[in-house]
Ligand binder design. Structure first.
Ligand SMILES: [Zn+2]
Length: 383
């Protein structure tokens, strides 16, 4: 299977998000060039990483974009039974970091290139490969700027994240933030002489919990999702140095995963104004430098492609699946392609998200085969 051979090569590049993905991108560029396909490379700001955009077929027509990210999550601290960067095939499964998320899809797409290059396409295929997706859909943004400048945009996009080859047209958006609390340190024997940054942070965390409960109880709701409402969650928190010192500093991260039609702005405003109006005055009364500071870590929009959109009907046709498109619990770049570039986009790719990000990540060989057949049918439609 050509896609399996290509997956073997792609998994061999350690493209953990903190590392460069350039070796992989250059492999793809050379591979495409071998079939006479030119690529456009979009470097990251510091030049250490790159996205790739290539068009196969006529360049003056919209066509179909196949998109994916080339980075993978770290294997640190995971107990792998085989080398994660050396594809290992056993029992109908291919094991390796990124096999499911989402080098399997990229391998299947690349496996089509020989046939694509021999075929006179009426409608072009565009290939969009990004970096730094796993750390908040960062890398695709520069690619979006380049796309914005193109005379003709793709008419539709398919992001090949692992959905077990089922069509998904909706996912939540996410915004992640870091709150830094400045207090006033002092001896713990006189708490009123200082400002306890940990306690102030805790007050704001409680407010975030109240907002989360409000959404959980009052909605808005979308029955398409297992968790059918916008969620708020507080993650890592750090503060204080010793029990006998009033903590002068505390930092915590929080996120909002919102329904596409419940933008997070009002929640963010509620969090900020609680900090500023309810908590800060008492802190400043003790010391003027006390207060809260908020910094955005990463955000991406939700995806909500209407069930009657052309891309939905088109992909349903390729899947020979009349069922309504579903939703996925994880975020993708599809919302960005839709929202920023106006390219109606859906998510459909081989492998199961349950295996993504895990030790011994794997993709079933029959999923690769199903994706190969899907892309075969796609090509049949474009000639
Ligand atoms: Zn992914």
């Amino acid at each position: 299977m050509e896609s399996l051979a290509l997956l073997n090569t792609l998994v061999g590049f350690d493209t953990t998000s903190r590392l460069s993905n350039q070796m992989l991108i250059h492999f793809v560029k050379n591979y495409l060039a071998g079939f006479g396909v030119e690529s456009r490379i979009v470097d990251s700001e510091d030049g250490s990483k790159a996205s790739l955009y290539a068009t196969i077929g006529p360049t003056d027509r919209p066509g179909v974009m196949l998109a994916g990210h080339t980075d993978v999550v770290p294997v640190d601290g995971q107990d792998w039974r085989s080398d994660p960067f050396n594809l290992h095939v056993a029992d109908g499964k291919a094991y390796g970091r990124g096999a499911a998320d989402m080098k399997g899809f990229i391998a299947c797409v690349l496996a089509q290139v020989p046939r694509l290059s021999r075929t006179a396409l009426r409608t072009p295929i565009h290939l969009a490969l990004s970096y730094d997706e796993e750390i908040g859909c960062i890398g695709v943004r520069r690619l979006l700027e380049v796309l914005g400048g193109l005379p003709v945009l793709p008419a539709m996009g398919i992001v090949g994240e692992p959905t077990s080859m089922r069509l998904a047209a909706a996912h939540k958006g996410k915004t992640a933030w870091r709150a830094t609390v400045t207090g006033k340190p002092g001896h713990s024997s006189d708490p009123a002489a200082g400002v306890n940054a940990v306690e102030c942070a805790a007050e704001l965390v409680c407010h975030i919990r109240r907002l989360a409960a409000q959404r959980r109880e009052q909605g808005p709701f979308d029955p398409l999702y297992n968790v059918p409402y916008t969620t708020l969650h507080v993650g890592p928190m750090q503060g204080g140095n010793a029990l006998n010192i009033i903590p002068g500093y505390c930092v915590f991260d929080f996120e909002i995963r919102h329904l596409a039609n419940d933008p997070p702005d009002s929640l963010l405003t509620a969090i900020r104004s609680h900090a500023q109006d309810m908590l800060t005055p008492a802190m400043r009364a003790v010391s003027p430098e006390c207060g809260f500071h908020f910094a955005e870590l990463a955000s991406y929009p939700g995806l909500l492609t209407p069930p009657d959109a052309e891309v939905v009907r088109f992909v349903q046709g390729l899947l020979a699946d009349g069922s309504q498109p579903g939703s996925i619990a994880f975020g993708t770049e599809a919302g960005l392609y839709s929202e920023r570039c106006g390219i109606p986009t859906v998510v459909c790719g081989p492998g199961d998200i349950a295996q993504a990000h895990q030790a011994d990540e794997w993709i079933a060989l029959d999923q690769l085969a199903a994706c190969d057949r899907f892309l075969d049918r796609l090509l049949d439609r474009l000639v």
